[in-house]
Design a protein around this ligand. Structure first.
Ligand SMILES: Nc1ncnc2c1ncn2[C@@H]1O[C@H](COP(=O)(O)OP(=O)(O)OP(=O)(O)O)[C@@H](O)[C@H]1O
Ligand SMILES: Nc1ncnc2c1ncn2[C@@H]1O[C@H](COP(=O)(O)OP(=O)(O)OP(=O)(O)O)[C@@H](O)[C@H]1O
Ligand SMILES: [Mg+2]
Ligand SMILES: [Mg+2]
Lengths: 230, 230
């Protein structure tokens, strides 16, 4: 479902100072695969995820999602694919500050359209319940704990029934019980519904829920292996 | 160094709906102690840390820091104690968006005063080097990875040589190598300089670097024990 060839991303801070965030990445991800991404802080994981999620463009190389070449798309076409096919859990959550948890979760459905207010609210409420946030639906993000904000971000990523979940450190602020619940949820989405999951994590226990693990170092993939789950 | 008696914090969302974020907490922390705080997401850890750091006030109960009763202080007096005695690592980093990493780290020194620009810059540069961020000094937060932002927040908390470090999930976005480096740094600050450290974490391996561990549940402390380090 994902084909990446020679992907590079370089940031230029000045004429002479540049940072190679991604260095010639090539990788294939099959439909229905559950892959973990690990690697040191600053090794390029989020940069890679942002390009996969059409939130950023590479400096060079190609990225094909579901047969569609990323480079050939307009900004609007990318936004439409993001909304229809991808659920993105951001490392920094990126919740809208002036709306409640449940409004944050519903929002992707209103972009998509074709759903009544009542249906959207019901779906959002069920997802919040699935991540243990019943009772926090009307809180704005600044009235939620760090782990609660993270779970709102997870619920929001799932509401459009995406074909692909891109989760950047989805359990970084969660205790072991909540982490386990989220991992069971992801395992079910992948196992029963065939959703492709790419998950950045720095916790080896969390990576073990995936079937495949890749490791980034200085913008390159240095390890690509099956996990113990196989 | 810290005495807490009957501390409670209740949020009122409306006349009938209230959330007991902290429920009658009493605890003493000795000078030079290294204590870890664990507990489920939403159990009150950050609320407790914010009160200890004079960033929030309790609904009831008392908090004495270094012999000074928190309730008797003015807003300005609290800001002054925060600046002089406490180094706070926020769960959400709370970096200033429009200033560089090194300017973020220096800032507490300029509040404190009595230091030249050159000395402040030198000290900030050394701290950024200590957390592995040489080469990222001039980046603004939106040009830093999640783990890099977290390390800037850690460096900033240390720059005034505080008597107490309050660290809320300081390694939540860090890989194992960086986590280990930060834990070695904290162990040195505690062991060699006698700095009191209170650290929220959801990772048991990280908690083991502390000598004492408390566990929060629904706003109360349900466990208070020595760690394996003893
Ligand atoms: N301003 C607020 N208004 C209402 N409720 C709040 C507010 N701030 C926090 N809460 C609630 O208080 C509870 C405790 O929050 P706190 O941030 O202390 O949790 P925590 O233990 O740090 O959680 P985490 O591990 O997820 O960071 C949460 O359930 C949260 O929803
Ligand atoms: N806009 C930018 N301008 C310049 N440099 C950047 C920018 N964004 C990221 N970087 C740099 O690119 C490198 C890779 O960043 P990235 O966010 O992909 O790392 P990461 O692997 O996700 O790290 P972490 O585990 O800390 O989240 C980092 O060293 C970072 O400083
Ligand atoms: Mg990242
Ligand atoms: Mg918290």
């Amino acid at each position: 479902i994902i084909q990446v060839r020679g992907l590079s991303k370089t940031y230029y801070l000045s004429d002479e100072v540049k940072i190679r965030a991604l260095d010639n990445i090539s990788i294939d991800v099959k439909r229905g695969e559950y892959m973990a991404i690990m690697g040191a802080s600053g090794s390029g994981k989020s940069t890679f995820m942002n390009i996969l999620g059409f939130l950023d463009t590479p400096s060079s190389g190609s990225y094909i999602l579901d047969g569609i070449e990323g480079g050939s798309l307009t900004k609007d076409q990318k936004a439409e694919i993001r909304n229809r096919k991808i659920g993105f859990v951001f490392q920094g959550f990126n919740l809208l500050a002036r709306t409640s948890a449940i409004e944050n979760v519903e929002m992707p459905l209103f972009y998509k359209g074709g759903i009544t207010d009542a249906e959207a609210r019901k779906k959002a409420s069920e997802l919040l319940d699935m991540v243990g946030l019943t009772g926090r639906e009307d809180h704005h993000p600044n009235r939620l704990s760090g782990g609660e904000q993270q779970r709102v971000a997870i619920a929001r990523a799932l509401i459009t029934n995406p074909a692909i979940i891109l989760a950047d450190e989805p359990t970084g602020n969660l205790d072991s019980k909540n982490t386990e619940d989220i991992m069971k949820l992801f395992t079910r989405l992948n196992g029963e519904m065939g959703i492709t999951i790419i998950m950045v994590t720095h916790e080896p226990d969390v990576a073990e829920f995936a079937a495949r693990k890749i490791v980034f170092k200085d913008g390159s993939i240095i390890i690509d292996a099956k996990t113990g789950k196989n």
